[in-house]
Design a protein around this ligand. Structure first.
Ligand code: ZN
Length: 671
């Protein structure tokens, strides 16, 4: 499971701290912006750790083509066509059509193919087929790909409807009820297979009495091309073999500098899995990985199944990282004090847990993003996904601190905080304490909030149905908000002074009532669970506090602001709402839960919405942020690596072209 930007409570929209020396944002186009992230304390690692990161980073980049091909069968060919035009076109580059071509190419790079990662819709070019032909005509003819048995010209003709026809292969994942989700999804996990056939095929593999079942279907394409259903396994010598062999090569290098013998054994299992495609070996690897506590750590494999309409096939991804020891101490303090927090929670004693264990999460510094995590990165990751491994061996939950930091800093550089702060007081408060309290909020939410409280006997966890997710997120957020302003935070050394928590209250209310609306299209309601939860809390507190003017709606020069007049009373409102939502969950009170969500969390104030969209437009801030990776350069002496140097990339297109040059291992095929 991954925690998208949306599960991070406020950091995508709050902004703070200051780092004037590093330019976080490189560029912006369509609804996207490209940022860089820093890798603090890389220099403090020892040579062995640096080499390990370098080798694992190479392994992370070698799987790039796998993800592109998984995301759509024509993606690799399309990328080669577009890049050939980009690098060799000799015509006019000042026209609007050419600019539209550039934007399109960058979008395709960004989403690793022609489909938007969130809507799953095909991205349509902002230029005509006629103009496309002109681009092709004035580019190097030798640089275009050819499918086996076809000329480059025939290949281009095959690609034109894929690019331009709005009806053809138009959805990466089709989840519409009543449709054949497998046949109608363009994702490249199934070939000539119906949903019914695929479901039956995997149903027959399952043994209901197996308490440790492998993740069937995770690492293969299911095809009926030869007349019978068969799995084309992604492994050495199988489908994607040439890229997998490269990954294995770099994993073998990594094995020689592993930090611990457990880690070395883990890498050996991962290599064996890539060589054999055996899913039992994959499980053994994951059990080993959960137990591995070395500072340098990584994810590499077919992991998340969000892109498969049947939720079985893993998209390839990699994240290389090392533990941020200082920040991890923060989460350890919180976990160790879990019983105190539970005992002092402002909820009815009947709903409190008698025994409470905080989840120990670690905070990491990302060193390299690859596959499905690049360039669009999650902010938190919780793996492995296999239920029985989680139950019997546990899981690792990590927060990607430097990625969150880059989001916050880029927002600061964007002028976001100036635009939405009522006065310099607010501005300074959030600028100074925003990042710290954002992180602390996330830690309290993840390590304690979700795990607190209990159901009374006989209540099922499914009682709240479709309102479960927003209410559960609200409960965890309220737990965090309530405790942020508790003197205990200062006593434990987690906050420096009583003012710091105000920064979080301000950003939270502002985000819930206003700034998060920028992700909603005009005329639409709020659908996403985390967004519903945030508006629910902010609007409920705004309304309940109106008689005492706890949160005040202000107008200045035609712009709306929400000011907090009484922080202590706002904290009491958080306590009351937390107690009520805990009661709803503990008793399974569906009707009350539904009323809360529908009254406060769903509908959008259209006038305020229009204003928010306009204000974001005025500061030119895009809705989605992706990242270029840093680069690692080995320094050699007498054939030995004596150091690894870290460089920050300066240009998005150059990194993409460099990756295509160095890490294209898969053939362009149309089979
Ligand atoms: Zn959550």
């Amino acid at each position: 499971m991954l925690v998208s930007t949306s599960c991070q409570t406020t950091s995508p929209d709050s902004s703070a701290g200051s780092d004037t020396h590093f330019n976080y944002q490189l560029e912006q186009f369509a609804d996207l912006r490209i940022l860089r992230y820093q890798v603090p304390n890389f220099d403090q690692l020892n040579l062995r750790q640096k080499k390990l990161i370098y080798f694992l980073s190479q392994a992370a980049l070698c799987g790039r083509d796998i993800l592109w091909d998984q995301n759509g069968r024509y993606n690799l060919a399309i990328r080669q066509v577009l890049e050939n035009i980009y690098t060799t076109y000799t015509g006019d580059m000042s026209s609007d059509s050419y600019k539209a071509f550039l934007t399109y190419l960058k979008q395709v790079w960004y989403w690793n193919g022609i489909y938007h990662h969130y809507s799953n819709d095909k991205i349509l070019p902002g230029f005509s087929v006629g103009y496309f032909n002109e681009l092709v005509y004035k580019s190097n003819p030798e640089g275009f790909p050819a499918f086996k048995g076809s000329t480059p010209e025939e290949t281009l003709n095959t690609l034109i409807p894929v690019l331009f026809d709005p009806q053809y292969l138009n959805k990466k994942v089709n989840q519409k009820e009543g449709s054949d989700m497998v046949a109608e999804s363009a994702v490249n996990f199934y070939r000539q297979v119906s949903q019914h056939e695929a479901t039956e095929f995997y149903h027959q593999m399952k043994n209901p009495s197996d308490s440790s079942p492998p993740s069937y279907g995770l690492n293969s394409r299911l095809s009926a091309k030869s007349g019978v259903l068969e799995e084309q396994v992604w492994k050495s010598g199988g489908l994607y073999g040439p890229a997998i062999d490269q990954i294995v090569y770099w994993l073998q290098q990594a094995q020689t500098v592993a930090e611990t013998s457990e880690q070395q054994a883990g890498i050996a299992l991962l290599i064996r899995y890539y060589e054999t495609g055996d899913l039992k070996t994959w499980d053994e690897y994951n059990i080993q990985w959960v137990a591995d506590t070395a500072q340098v750590d990584f994810v590499n494999g077919f992991i998340e199944t969000y892109s498969d309409p049947l939720g079985m096939k893993g998209s390839w991804e990699s994240v290389v990282n090392f533990t941020d020891l200082k920040a991890t101490r923060r989460t350890q303090i919180i976990s160790q004090n879990a019983p105190w927090f539970e005992a002092h929670s402002p909820i009815d004693d009947r709903f409190k847990k008698q025994q409470v264990v905080g989840i120990s999460a670690k905070v990491i510094t990302v060193a390299m993003l690859g596959g499905d995590c690049y360039p669009y990165s999650p902010l938190g990751i919780n793996l492995p996904n296999s239920d029985w491994i989680r139950k019997d061996y546990g899981s690792k939950s990590v927060s990607l601190e430097n990625i969150a930091q880059a989001h916050a800093q880029a927002n600061l550089q964007s002028g976001f905080l100036e635009e939405f702060s009522y006065d310099t007081n607010e501005y300074k408060l959030v600028k100074t304490f925003g990042p710290l309290t954002d992180n602390l909020h996330t830690d309290l939410h993840e390590c304690l909030g979700h795990g607190s409280g209990q159901l009374i006997e006989g209540v099922s966890s499914e009682a709240l149905k479709n309102y479960h997710a927003p209410l559960e997120e609200a409960r965890a957020d309220l737990f965090a908000l309530y405790y942020l302003m508790d003197p205990k935070m200062i006593e434990l050394g987690l906050l420096p002074n009583p003012d710091a928590a105000k920064a979080q209250y301000l950003s939270y209310i502002r985000n819930g009532l206003m700034t998060q609306l920028r992700r909603i299209e005009p005329g639409k309601n709020i659908e996403q669970a985390h967004m519903r939860n945030r508006q629910l809390i902010a609007r409920w507190c705004y309304e309940k506090g109106q008689s005492e003017n706890i949160i005040e709606k202000m107008q200045k020069e035609g712009k709306t602001y929400f000011r907090i007049n009484d922080y202590e009373k706002l904290r009491q409102l958080f306590a009351i709402l937390l107690a009520e939502i805990q009661r709803i969950k503990s008793e399974g009170d569906y009707t009350a839960g539904k009323t809360l969500v529908e009254t406060y969390g769903v509908k959008v104030d259209p006038v305020l919405h229009t204003e928010v969209l306009k204000r974001f437009e005025s500061i030119h801030m895009a809705a989605y942020s992706g990242f270029v990776n840093p680069e690692y350069q080995p320094i050699e002496k007498n054939g030995e690596i004596i150091d690894i140097q870290l460089h920050y990339a300066k240009d998005y297109a150059s990194q993409m072209l460099q990756y295509s040059r160095k890490y294209s291992f898969l053939p362009i095929e149309n089979n």
